[in-house]
Design a protein around this ligand. Structure first.
Ligand code: SAH
Ligand code: SF4
Length: 377
């Protein structure tokens, strides 16, 4: 399903594309910079906020662009470990954007490390057997403007401390592209969005604090390797042999380990950063000690960090997380092999699981949101 909005979102424009459109309309190039400033450095919430633009220009902008391509359905500000924003797109589809606060000892939650997890598609076509987004199938890609706008919504909501979207975003430690969807299956949109998020004229967020997670779309990992943007890469491995990986991730049939591993190496060579291998531990599926040993070998070969994530149950799926003892044995094999590995423990504090589990209980969520709103009025 494709969605063609009548007006393109302003949040999907790069300085270059906006300059070109303005020029066509007979405006000088510096106008584009002014407009970007209103959007990202100040916090223009309406065209009329842009007071240094003429009225006719504001009128033309309003006819041509949409300021924000989505609206907040639900997402009361609360100081929780994970905080979800439910956003409604122009065609009424819903997506979620998550704020994750990582509690640190001796520091209140309001001052803890903060990560934003963004979505890149509604649903996902990859069909991983353990994933809620995969179960749903792909509804559609998000546009670059819809990807960027999720961050603006977070900034607007985090309110109170600063008047500037960009300064607000700077108070976050990381952005992870780990929400709903396979980012590399929507390559053009995610790469434009990353450019806007990173650029000086845009949100100015350091590329090295952005992590993109992929299930292993090899040709686009290679494309990303050639992209000058220095984002971090995480690979959803979840199986250390083709046999196990193919059983739970259909993409492994097209891009088995013999193709995936060299692509990760190519990325490493160009970006010189430690890649993360994500490995969900699922009981009796991929938690054997043989899998641990094979994962250890892959991680050593790639100089990668391993992030072990005990499986989070998904409604309607029978998979389970292994016992704590089993998880511990698994991680010990990696550590004994001198692989840097983290084992996520506490439920709800788990960035990857919190993101991976974004799902679209569309109607249900809508009902809950409506009820809560009604209760608050
Ligand atoms: N499509 C991309 C990014 C989104 S998924 C990818 O697959 O990498 C983000 C992460 O959440 C992935 O590592 C995914 O495997 C994981 N995930 C999905 N379902 C999960 C679940 N039920 N429990 C724990 N992690 C899960
Ligand atoms: Fe898609 Fe990632 Fe879920 Fe696989 S794990 S179905 S690639 S969102």
């Amino acid at each position: 399903m494709k969605f063609e909005p009548s007006r393109q979102p302003l949040t999907g424009e790069t300085l270059e594309s906006l300059t070109a459109k303005l020029r066509e309309h007979g405006e000088p190039a510096f106008r584009a910079k002014q407009i970007m400033e209103w959007l990202y450095k100040k916090r223009a919430r309406s065209w009329d906020d842009m007071t240094n633009l003429s009225k006719p220009l504001r009128g033309w902008l309003a006819e041509t662009f949409e300021l924000l391509p989505m609206s907040l359905v639900h997402g009361k500000q609360s100081l929780d470990v994970t905080d979800k924003l439910l956003l409604e797109l122009g065609d009424k589809l819903l997506i979620e954007t998550v704020i994750i606060r990582v509690p640190q000892e001796g520091v209140g939650l309001e001052n803890s490390r903060k990560t934003i997890c963004i979505s890149t598609q509604v649903g996902c076509a990859m069909g991983c057997k353990f994933c809620a987004s995969g179960l749903m199938g792909l509804k559609r890609d998000l546009s670059a403007g819809e990807i960027v706008a999720q961050l603006l919504h977070v900034c607007y909501r985090e309110d109170g401390r600063t008047e500037r979207a960009r300064a607000e975003l700077a108070s976050f430690d990381n952005i992870v592209v780990m929400g709903m969807g396979e980012p590399l299956a929507n390559y053009e949109a995610i790469s434009t969005a990353l450019e806007i998020i990173n650029a000086n004229w845009g949100l100015g967020f350091g590329a090295r604090r952005i992590t993109l997670s992929t299930s292993g779309l090899v040709p686009n990992i290679l494309k990303l390797a050639d992209n000058p943007l220095d984002v971090r890469l995480a690979i959803s491995l979840h199986g250390a042999t083709d046999e196990v990986r193919s059983r739970i991730m259909p993409i492994n049939k097209a891009y088995p380990l013999a193709k995936l591993i060299p692509a990760v190496k190519a990325f490493n060579e160009k970006h010189g950063r430690m890649v993360t291998l994500e490995f969900i531990l699922i009981e009796d599926v991929n938690d054997s000690l043989d899998q641990a040993r094979k994962l250890r070998d892959i991680a050593r070969d790639l100089h990668a960090h391993v992030n072990l994530i005990p499986y989070n149950t998904v409604e309607g799926l029978e998979w389970k997380r292994p016992s704590l003892g089993r998880q511990q044995k698994f991680v010990e094999i990696l550590r004994e092999g001198r692989v840097s590995a983290t084992l996520r423990r506490e439920k709800g504090h788990d960035i990857d699981a919190a993101c991976g589990q974004l799902r679209l209980k569309t109607e249900k969520d809508r009902e809950v949101a409506a009820l809560e709103e009604a209760g608050n009025n």
